[in-house]
Design a protein around this ligand. Structure first.
Ligand SMILES: *Cc1c(COP(=O)(O)O)cnc(C)c1O
Length: 396
């Protein structure tokens, strides 16, 4: 069967160009980047190049980039590191209620143990926080403001520059989870006053299991992984040379091609939205239709339908999409992100995220629409609520 992949916000394929860069580092240039001999120095040289590639992409110094195992680790480290580094000032953290579970679960667990005191800012119907809410949440003991650049479920892009400015004026550390944003949103950490930033290679056509944390020089932080002296004594563990080389190449390509890819992918996405809205009734777009949305993202609630059933039927037709975030799918809880935007529980249950990528085509979208129209129709014919609304339900 011809398989179609519309789940690029869960992960992307590693591009051939990136893979080819990585391959020699498994077999030929295998030295431990921390060793002083020839083999170590060779590996170290390419790790330095990757560090420079990451730095150039976000406008920081190479020495401000720390390699990690991915977005989850970078998020954990940012939170725990700042709590550790600024414990004399306090333990109050301001964040949003639509952060990725890597943030939310970490904060909730710290809060439960009494190690953090967290304010979760609400969002409006399109997923934006209010700058006024942010300002009034600030307290003398606030050590960290953490607001994701772009949301993984609905794609909403926050006003990071303004948030960074407020953090700076109030002398508070500002972290942003840019895992979804890198390659889609132009980031300049200096201009946006970002102190800490999380990224993950597999979200921008790089390999899985490698990411980075940008830490502005001077930000006080404890290390997260303890052990050897890698990463300036801040993150122990033998460096994942192939992964790091892949991350560097992937971010270089993603930054170079950002305008081209955004244009191509958003055109596909806009065409998809137009088709869904013109061919299917009782469907609700989630998020914002302004340009403050990831170009790849289209999230819809289909009334009278379970997102999970729709996902499985699309899968049978060869189309991979997501209901909620990959981390919570499989659970029967409706998406907390959609609930936060004010979606009713029934509609939140009936939602699907389609996320497109640079290798998708218009033909794939047409095939998807054709199937989606039929499947939605089928599933609704089985729904007592739908039949009742149509006045055709003999049983209700
Ligand atoms: C995917 C994702 C993460 C987690 O990144 P991993 O590299 O998979 O650990 C964190 N935050 C956001 C917004 C994400 O989309």
């Amino acid at each position: 069967m011809n398989r179609i992949y519309f789940d690029h916000q869960a992960t992307t394929p590693t591009s051939k160009e990136v893979l080819n860069e990585m391959l020699p580092f498994f077999t030929d240039i295998y030295g431990n980047g921390s060793s002083q001999h020839y083999h170590g120095r060779e590996a170290g040289k390419y790790i330095d190049i990757a560090r420079r590639q990451v730095a150039d992409a976000i406008g920081c110094k190479a020495g401000e980039v720390y390699f990690t195992s991915g977005g989850t680790e970078s998020d954990n480290w940012a939170i725990r590191g700042v709590l550790d580094g600024y414990k004399d000032k306090g333990k109050h953290i301001i964040t949003t209620c639509i952060e990725h579970p890597a943030m939310i679960k970490t904060l909730e667990s710290l809060q439960k143990k009494g190690l953090a005191d967290v304010t979760f800012l609400p969002v409006d119907n399109e997923g934006f926080i209010s700058i006024e809410d942010l300002k009034s949440a600030i307290r003398p003991d606030t050590v960290l403001i953490s607001v994701m650049t772009a949301n993984n479920e609905i794609g909403t892009i926050q006003d990071i520059k303004t948030i960074g400015k407020i953090a700076k004026e109030n002398n508070i550390i500002f972290h942003t989870d840019s895992v979804q944003a890198i390659g889609n949103v132009k980031i300049d950490v200096k201009e946006m006053n970002i102190d800490l930033l999380s990224m993950s290679a597999h979200k921008f056509y790089g390999p899985k299991g490698v990411g980075a944390l940008y830490r502005r020089n001077g930000i006080k932080m404890g290390s997260f992984m303890t052990g050897g002296e890698q990463e300036r004594n801040m993150r122990a563990g033998t460096l994942n040379t192939p992964g790091i080389v892949g991350l560097g190449k992937a971010i270089e390509i993603a930054t170079r091609d950002i305008d081209k890819n955004n244009k191509y992918v958003s055109e596909l996405r806009n065409y998809f939205i137009k088709e869904v809205e013109s061919k299917i009734d009782n469907v609700y777009y989630n998020g914002t239709k302004s340009d403050k949305c990831l170009p790849s993202n289209a999230n819809f609630s289909f009334e009278f339908i379970e997102g999970e059933s729709l996902l499985l039927r699309l899968d049978l037709a060869g189309i991979s999409v997501s209901s909620g975030s990959a981390c919570s799918s499989g659970s029967l809880e409706p998406s907390y992100v959609l609930l936060a935007t004010g979606r009713a529980i029934e509609l939140a249950h009936g939602s699907l995220r389609f996320s497109f990528g640079k290798n998708n085509t218009k033909e794939e979208i047409d095939y998807c629409i054709e199937n989606l129209v039929k499947i939605v129709q089928d599933l609704r014919e089985l729904s007592p609520l739908f039949l009742k609304k149509k006045g055709e339900n003999k049983y209700v």
